[in-house]
Every structure is written in C-alpha cells, then in structure tokens.
Design a binder for this molecule. Structure first.
Ligand code: MN
Length: 752
C-alpha cells in the first residue's frame, strides 16, 4: 500500500512546515493507470529527475513503482557516457505528486534548499516488474525524457562499504543502499556530451537551480525590461479572435533582404497561451473561444512555473515522434485518449511541448507595439529552457537558402516576419506565408467530445456485385449497420484500403494516401511495409470515417495486428486454414484440435470465416508482446497441428507440393502483415463477409457462403460481437509459451 511505503517520507517531514506534497491518504490523484498488470506489478510509468541543492548538491532520480516514486540520490548526476558509473543512494519512496514538484524547500526543513525538475518523461522496466527488479538489486530501464533517453541501469552494490557516507540531505544514510547508475550502450550513449552542463535548466520553469531562488526578482526585472523597451501599459486582454495574426501567401522573391525572419510551420496546434496568476488558458486558431488547457496539463504546469506570472504568447503545441519530428497524429491520438478518459497515461506517453514564437503581453505591459526582434528577445528570456515550453529561434539569411533547407526537412510552409515590425494588428500587415513545394499535411486535432459529421454517399445505385445486383449503397448501408461491432476491431490500427470504384469486376487499387477532397478529419498514419518502405494507412475510429471509406468503394478492410502508437507490439496472431486445395471438413477437424491446444495452454481463440472459403482463428495477446513472440507461437501451434494430422494438414509453402491438404498458414503474423478484419466484406461474388463464429458453429455443416452483407447485420443484432474478447482479453502469454514448449517437448519425444 502507498500509505505504508510513504511512512519514512512522512516521518522525515512536517506536513505543516514543508511545501512538498505530503502524499494525501487515499489520494485519488495517483495515476495508477500506469500500473499495467492487475497484480500491482509495475512495467511502466512516469519518471522525474530533480536537481536538488540541499546539504550537498545532487540529482534525485525518481521512478514510478507501485504508485509511489522510488528515489535515488545521485551526487554526480546522470552521464550519457556508459563508462561513467555514478553512485546512487536509494532514499525513501516519494509520493507520486512529487512528479510535479519544483520549489525551494524552506530553511530548517528536511532537504532544505532549491529543487528544480531537471527532466521528466516515461519509463519502461525492461526485464520484468520494477518491484521484483528492485528486490533483486538490478533495474534495467528505458527512459523517454526530454534529456535522458534510451537504456539505463541501476545496479545495487553487493559489498558493503565500511561505514556510511554522509548523506546528501545531511544525515548518515546510504549504508546498504548504495547502487550504481549508468547509461547502457545504445544510440543515445555519448562519450563526449556532458548533459548536466549542456542542459542545466528546469523542464518546467526553464530556470537554473541558482535562478530558482531569485525567481520573482527575475520575473520583475523582465517586465521592467519590456517597459524600458517602450512597451506601453496593457489595456485589458487581447480578444482571442484578434490574437491570431492573419497569414497571407507570398513569393520568396518578394522577401529579399536582411529584414526578414523565418519560422518553419511545425505540424501541430497553433495556440495563444495566457496566464493570469495561477490561471492559464489555451485557445486554438480554429475555435478561439474554447479553452483547451485541460488537454495539456504538462504545458499548463510549465507555463505556471515561468518567472512572470502574467503574459500572453503565441506558439505551436507539438508532439515529437521517436526521431524527433513533430507529428500531428500523435496530438490527435492524445486528444482522443483524453476524450476517452485516459488522460494521465496519455500525458506521460505522448508528451506535448509548446514552441513559443511570439509575445503579446508581459506582466502589465503590452508588447505588441515592440519590434519582432525585441519581442523575441523578451520571449527567450521568459522561456529559456528546453522543456515543456521552449522559445523557437527564427531562421535568418537568404530566403532561398531557408526555403531549400525547410524543404529538405519536409517542412511545407514557412512564416516570414519583418524584424522591425509590430505584432500584426490587421490583415494588411499579416505574417507572410511561404510554400516550400513539400505537400502540407494538416490533420485536425479534436478537443472535446465527438462532433457530428455528415457523410453523403455518392452513386448509391451503382452495381457493385453484378450477379446478385448489390449496389454501392448496399455496401455503405452494410458498413453503417455493423459499425458498432466492427469499429472496436479497427480502432487505432493501420487499416489498408483496397478500392473497387466500379465494383468487384472493375479495376481495383490500394489507397495509400488520403485522396484530395476528403475531409481533413480523416486520420492517417505512416508505417513500414514488408519491404521496409513507408506506407500511409488510414485510422478508422468512428462511423463517419467508416462511411467515408465505404463511399470511396473500399470493399475489404485489412488491418495490422498492432495499435498506434506501439506499432512494434502484436496484439493478436492469426492462424489461417486455407482450403483452396483441401476441404472445409478437414479444416474443421484442425480448428477443433487448435481449440483444444489453446485451452491446454490457457489462451483464448476466436474463429471466423475468412469470407472466402477458409477459416481463421485469431488469438489475442493483450499488450506488450513482440511480433517475434506472436509469430513463434503461431508457428509452434501450426507445427503441432501438422504433427497430429499429417494426412490432412500441411505447412508446405510450395503450392504444388501441398496436395489435397489444408494449408495451415501462420505467415499472416508480422509487423507489416495485414489480415482481413472481422465483419469485412470480400470482393467476391455473393458479397460474403468475414464473420466471427461461435466454436459450436465450426462443424462440417458450416457454409461460409451464407454469411453475406444481407445476413450478417441481423445476425449481429442477435448475437452482438462474438469477437469482442479479441480486443479485451489479457492472457498470460509467458505461461502459455512455457506450457506450449512442454507440449512440443512431449510430442517430439513420442514421435522421435
Ligand atoms: Mn534530494
């Protein structure tokens, strides 16, 4: 329990005298959503590294474990050089609220002195639950912070040193609690960089630890500087709708000369951020009257920590992908998770940064009449850090060089501003917008509940299945009818679309990109195909998007077995019983045997018709499994089936050698392998549907051709989604692998 874990923390502090969080009894703010396993085993969570100037200056590395923060005091701080093994003294667990702490601990209190949030991010425990790892004295973690990235280790020292070292908090501590903290070799290891010198500032306030004690003075001095520059007194707030400057297109040739500054337009959400004391509002370009601050607690916290307590600034909210590029899809994903109540975890897994580019007001000063150069100077003093609020540096130099450099970085647009101009007050003196020739992508991020979107089906009467007379309208009606059971299987997965604009007998083609003219709210994402080349899949999360793609003439829907943002994890695997040469009767025997095997090892399985002639069994894996594990499981099961039924089953890849046997295909599991989704229509005569079945329906009397766009909707009405468990099951995969290995061992023993 968190309460007992925090007893030492509380014993050392006085609730009425310290400004630190005390870890409220039964506090509901504990983001237990990070604790993945039901058994209370922590596999991932949040982390913070504080720089703490107490009796001795040190860094406190704090990792979320069992709802509290396991804490290690590291006097020499983190080093990106794997050769540096720095002493880390394990101290008392801290309450989870400490993730947000940055302040000066009052004199006379335990740990008195300034403490800044030096880094913040998410942690994954790489070799098992953190609780066990700590017990064993070895913690291998992956850190995804602003500064600390990649794999790190904490290893407990076995040999006790003679006597305890003087503790960093002024007491004798450390004996038996000594660990080493070091970087593991990976692409983030660096023997040259000295992170703690290079990036000394807080990720919240942007201040150094020395500055934190003078925070108010620094803020006052900055406002005074704005006044000296000639910024007049503020007269009320800038109306939100007027805060966003107009942008007019311009040709690079018109912008020659040294008086221009250039800001690349990042993929993100343009916002005006205002703070008045503790109140922060964030307003977006497309809905200036709506405050979206609730969606960005990480950014709000950082804005509240800045040295000046009132300001208005212009910037872009961005989320970076693994290679450091801003990606609007990540923002959209985060907003969706917020809307579905998964805010704590979304904030940790998809951090957002505010890239500030202009300043409208500072303290009681209106900074808009100042020149751009002056506004940027004040802005970078207000937000000098590299954390959750950053000031981006405008590009300068020859406009052609700037355009070429941005094009090279796949940046579609650039804002150009005159160095000596005031903040644009009317469209006449707008920011100039340059295009680089790269195609702009502007996925829309929805803040708040779902909005109603109307999709009109075009050419409803067009015949798509000539033999049966089914039309495009019938296809669209079918997908609308099954949307409630189909969407949970599509949600967050890359969906691969094959379009049949003239029905099943016309030409067909893959639709990799959102075609021109489609609504901007249709979401897509990039992934790599089998050959490693980049493809763009659709994300189909709502009835409107489903209607949109049906209206494009997409008949079959194929999905990958993974979900954003973790495309490297397999959520299920598939065993395909292909009866092109064998018989369905034999396939039924094999599916029954597979069911027994799955029961034996404790894995659920879900049968469905392929929609053509064969059968599929889908096996859920929950979260955290690699595609290698998924494929190995599929292969092992396939081999067992062939071993038991050599006369009717084969895994032979060469078609001619299969004979009249059922081909047990386990090759449909892989990071880029797509499988036909449950309830997907097939582009074959009869408009058959890949239909989830009960195990009892898998008999020799089964006729897959009876499941069509006509018969499946009433069936769904009656039975609901028979495959619901594919999405919700969390089986014990490790245990299943062990059991399966034993079965394989026995079966090899008996035959060999
Ligand atoms: Mn400390």
């Amino acid at each position: 329990m968190a309460e007992s874990k925090l007893s030492e923390y509380r014993r050392k502090r006085r609730a009425d005298a310290t400004n630190e969080p005390f870890g409220d009894e039964g506090s509901a703010s504990t983001p237990t959503a990070f604790t993945r396993a039901a058994k209370g085993e922590t596999l991932e969570g949040a982390f913070v590294v504080h720089l703490h100037d107490a009796t001795r200056r040190h860094y406190d590395v704090r990792l979320e474990v069992s709802g509290v923060l396991a804490s290690f005091a590291v006097p020499r701080g983190p080093s990106s050089n794997p050769d540096d093994r720095h002493l880390a003294v394990k101290t008392e667990d801290h309450p989870i609220e400490y993730l947000e702490f940055e302040d000066v601990i009052p004199r006379g209190q335990y740990g008195a002195g300034p403490m800044i949030a030096w880094d913040r991010g998410s942690v994954t425990y790489l070799e098992g639950p953190a609780e066990q790892e700590i017990e064993n004295g070895k913690l291998h973690v992956e850190l995804r912070g602003t500064k600390l990235r990649g794999r790190w280790a904490l290893v407990k020292l076995q040999k006790k040193k003679s006597g305890a070292t003087a503790g960093v908090h002024g007491e004798r501590e450390g004996k038996g609690n000594e660990w080493l903290f070091f970087k593991k070799q990976d692409e983030h290891a660096d023997r040259e960089r000295v992170l703690i010198d290079e990036l000394p500032r807080s990720v919240l306030s942007g201040l150094t630890i020395e500055e934190l004690e003078r925070k108010e003075d620094i803020g006052r001095a900055l406002v005074a500087r704005a006044a000296r520059m000639g910024a007049p007194a503020r007269k009320g707030d800038v109306p939100p709708a007027e805060a966003f400057p107009a942008r007019t297109k311009a040709e690079p040739a018109s912008l020659r000369g040294a008086r221009w500054r250039y800001d690349p337009v990042l993929e993100g959400v343009r916002v005006v951020a205002s703070r008045e004391g503790g109140a922060v509002t964030l307003r977006t370009d497309d809905a200036p009257t709506q405050d979206v601050a609730a969606f960005y607690p990480d950014v709000v916290r950082a804005l509240r920590a800045l040295s000046v307590d009132a300001f208005t600034l212009l910037g872009d909210l961005v989320a970076f992908d693994g290679s450091g590029h801003p990606r609007a899809e990540l923002l959209a994903e985060r907003a969706r998770r917020f809307a579905s109540g998964d805010a704590a975890r979304a904030t940790t897994e998809i951090p957002v940064v505010l890239m500030a580019i202009d300043l409208l007001a500072l303290g009681e000063r209106d900074t808009r009449p100042l020149s751009l150069d002056r506004r940027r100077e004040l802005l970078s003093a207000l937000a000098p850090g590299a954390g959750f609020v950053r000031t981006s540096s405008p590009l300068r130099g020859d406009v052609r060089t700037v355009v070429a450099a941005c094009a090279e970085h796949r940046i579609a647009r650039i804002e150009a501003k005159r160095r000596d101009a005031a903040y644009p007050a009317s469209p006449d003196d707008a920011f100039r917008l340059l295009e680089t020739g790269v195609t702009a992508r502007a996925p829309v991020i929805h803040h708040g509940g779902a909005t109603t979107r109307e999709v009109t089906v075009t050419n409803r009467g067009k015949i798509f299945w000539p033999a049966q007379g089914f039309t495009k309208g019938d296809l669209c009606d079918y997908y609308a009818a099954v949307a409630p059971v189909l969407l949970p299987h599509l949600r967050d997965r890359p969906v691969i679309l094959v379009r049949y604009p003239d029905g099943i007998e016309g030409k067909n083609f893959f639709q990799w990109n959102v075609p021109p003219g489609l609504p901007s709210w249709v979401r897509t994402l990039e992934f790599k195909d089998d050959e490693g080349s980049r493809k763009r899949g659709f994300l189909v999360d709502d009835p409107a998007t489903l209607a949109t793609i049906a209206n494009l003439g997409c008949i079959p829907l194929h999905v990958l077995a993974c979900r954003v943002p973790r495309l490297e994890e397999a959520n299920f695997f598939t065993i395909d019983f292909d009866v092109k040469q064998g018989s369905l009767k034999d396939a039924v025997v094999l599916v029954e045997t597979l069911r027994e095997l799955l029961d034996e090892v404790g894995l659920p399985g879900f049968p469905k018709t392929s929609g053509q002639t064969g059968l599929h069994v889908l096996v859920p894996l929950g979260q955290g499994q690699s595609f290698a594990t998924a494929r190995a499981l599929a292969d092992l099961l396939g081999r067992l089936l062939v071993d038991r039924w050599p006369r009717i089953a084969t895994m032979e890849r060469i078609v001619k050698r299969r004979g009249p046997k059922v081909y047990v295909d386990t090759g449909q599991t892989g990071p880029a392998r797509a499988i036909v989704a449950p309830y997907s229509v097939r582009a074959v005569s009869g408009a058959t549907v890949s239909t989830p079945l009960t195990w009892d329906e898998v008999t020799p009397r089964l006729d897959p051709r009876t499941f069509t766009i006509e018969t499946v909707p009433p069936r769904v009405e009656r039975l609901g989604d028979l495959m619901k468990g594919l999405v919700t099951a969390t089986p014990d995969v490790e245990r299943a692998v062990e059991k399966l290995a034993r079965i394989v061992g026995t079966s090899t023993g008996s035959t060999g």
